[in-house]
Design a protein around this ligand. Structure first.
Ligand code: ARG
Length: 586
């Protein structure tokens, strides 16, 4: 089943050809949702764009087009407004038939894409040996959501974490452990990442203060890069330890599993990458370093800025590794699209490596490499979220806090309502609501903006929040419990009949999921899906306030039950694409 917008576009394309000839087959009909519901559901603005080409006033173009436009299966007769807007209003018969088909479709009318792409979503990639902090929260939540949506619409999605698991910090850490905690390098049994962070902090202090230690650290890096067995073993222990702890946090957050292909993975390819840039004539030596001079980036004096790919000491850096990853993803993974959900502070890094990737011929015009930047998470004071001592807040702490707040809210509500629930129920609801609230608060913002992290706001039962959305779902489940309704067996002749305004409004909204997902796969803005689900809950509530369901007479009763069920299923599917589960009761 095609989305309504796709079906209307086909009709408009046919009308354009019938009216003006084959040359017009690929003209964009400029079909958009109506700016005001009183004009209908959709409007085609193509007439205004054709005045020059056709040589007539837009209104005349619109009139001619409408004569050849057959949308009778979907719409009431089209009308023309203003200078030449073609207004389209969907017919109840069409809505009824589409919803009826949706009833038996587990994909709820969202057709899989015609040409699936191989896509890599670059996963949250903390720098190993440091604790995951709130900065990695957004990358995990946004990356997970984008990957879920792309996979759902039919793309072949790989999730790859580009963890920082190589280079100087490791030399430092290994040297420190060797000198002060040799036992940590034999067994990780009694260590956790908290210890590792402490080690890391100590190592850093030592590195800054002690020249002899700096030398030991440098030596460890050399040994690591040369593949020294003992050093590699120490490195592996550190990596395993942190990876174990990251996974626990990702599991708590409900982030789907992924491949870990850290910076170390690309180490063997770095010399080839630089050699290839050299052969292509892109490499220039600048004060002992090997660089590619960037187009469009200049320093204060207007001179092109270099991107260093091999440092004066012969070492490679973050950019070299990312270039190797681009080359590998193109040549080995044969990827068509790569998405990097990484903070806005790395915008230039990505513009630069993509530019070099293109100039090297690795990235071609058929491929899309996109950085999907996001803003900061702020505290109440409007400053970057920090602990009292000024450190970045560990992610685990933030999530535990959300669960604790959700539990408090729940216990208070249970008391007010005089309800008794088991400890398991309370644990489960608090965990789902707490984590979902954090995720939803993040996804519901346009990702490019900063936002203030507030437990109170994100856990509110009213407003554009996860609890509100989950509650709308619970409400429908309550109807089925109360009326002992089995939504899956409403009878073979169950029919949708739409009469009330609130029913029509809800029906139209239910049919728009595919359109919304289509937009999100293009601009990678998950807040569009949140907004859609929020409006769905509101429209459902308006319908439910206006239209009796269990008390209604047939055929309205069954039809309304179907609307309830479709709403619940759409909420459940939509929330699952955000990485948020639903509850049957809360
Ligand atoms: N490790 C980096 C950081 O924590 C993020 C890596 C993002 N991915 C990439 N391919 N550069 O800032």
């Amino acid at each position: 089943m095609n989305s309504t917008i796709a079906q209307l576009k086909i009709c408009l394309a046919q009308a354009l050809v019938a009216t003006f000839g084959d040359d017009y087959a690929n003209v964009d009909p400029i079909l958009v949702p109506a700016s005001n519901p009183k004009f209908g559901d959709y409007q085609a603005n193509v007439a205004m764009s054709l005045t020059k080409k056709v040589g007539k006033p837009p209104r005349a173009i619109a009139e001619q087009l409408v004569q050849n436009l057959d949308v009778s299966d979907l719409c009431h007769p089209p009308t023309i407004a203003g200078p030449g807007f073609i207004n389209l209003t969907l017919k109840p018969e069409y809505l009824q038939a589409e919803l009826q088909a949706m009833q038996f479709d587990p994909r709820l009318g969202v057709a899989p894409v015609e040409s699936p792409q191989r896509v890599i979503v670059d996963y949250p990639s903390p720098n190993i040996a440091k604790e995951m902090h709130v900065g990695h929260l957004r990358s995990a939540i946004i990356g997970d959501c984008i990957a879920r949506i792309l996979a759902f619409v039919g793309h072949d999605v790989q999730r790859i974490s580009h963890v920082g698991d190589w280079g100087t910090p490791f030399g430092m850490l290994i040297a420190h452990l060797r000198l002060s905690y040799p036992e940590a390098l034999t067994s990780t049994e009694n260590l956790d990442l908290g210890d590792l962070s402490t080690f890391y902090r100590q190592a850093k202090q030592r590195f800054d203060a002690d020249a002899e230690f700096r030398e030991a650290a440098r030596l460890s890096v050399v040994q690591l890069q040369a593949g020294d067995v003992e050093t590699l073993r120490a490195w592996k222990i550190v990596c395993e330890l942190s990876s174990r702890s990251y996974r626990a946090t990702y599991d708590l957050m409900g982030i789907l599993s992924f491949i870990e292909r850290g910076e170390s993975f690309y180490n063997p390819f770095l010399p080839e990458v630089v050699a290839e840039l050299q052969q292509l004539g892109l490499l220039v030596e600048d004060s002992g370093a090997q660089c590619v001079f960037l187009e469009g980036f200049t320093n204060k004096d207007g001179k092109p800025l270099p991107l260093i790919v091999k440092k004066t000491d012969g070492g490679y850096n973050y950019a070299t590794t990312d270039l190797a990853a681009i080359r590998y993803r193109v040549q080995v993974d044969r990827v068509q699209r790569v998405i990097y959900p990484v903070g806005s502070e790395q915008i230039n890094h990505f513009i630069q490596i993509f530019q070099v990737g293109r100039r090297a011929g690795w990235i071609t015009d058929e491929m899309e490499f996109v950085h999907t930047p996001f803003g900061l998470i702020l505290g109440d004071d409007g400053q970057k979220l920090k602990t009292r001592s000024g450190d970045a807040v560990p992610l685990k702490e933030l999530l535990d806090g959300a669960i604790a707040h959700a539990r408090q809210d729940l216990e208070k509500r249970l008391q007010e309502e005089g309800r008794q629930e088991s400890a398991d129920f309370i644990d489960h609801v608090a965990q789902v609501v707490g984590i979902s609230a954090v995720k939803y608060a993040d996804l519901s913002q346009n990702r490019t903006s900063n936002y203030i992290f507030s437990y109170g706001k994100m856990l509110a039962l009213q407003g554009n929040t996860a609890p509100y959305m989950i509650y709308a779902y619970v409400r429908v489940q309550g109807i089925s419990r109360k009326g002992q309704i089995d939504f899956e067996n409403l009878g073979a002749d169950a029919k949708i009949v739409l009469q009330e305004e609130t029913e029509l409004v809800l029906a139209k909204h239910l049919l728009q999921l595919g359109e919304v997902l289509d937009l999100v796969t293009q601009d990678l803005l998950p807040n569009r899906l949140c907004q859609y689900l929020f409006e769905l809950s509101q429209k459902f509530n308006q319908f439910y306030d206006r239209c009796p369901v269990l008390q209604a007479e047939e055929p309205d009763r069954t039809s309304r039950l179907m609307l309830c069920d479709l709403t619940a299923r759409t909420l459940k599917l939509g929330l699952s694409l955000l990485g948020i589960p639903v509850l049957e009761r809360m």
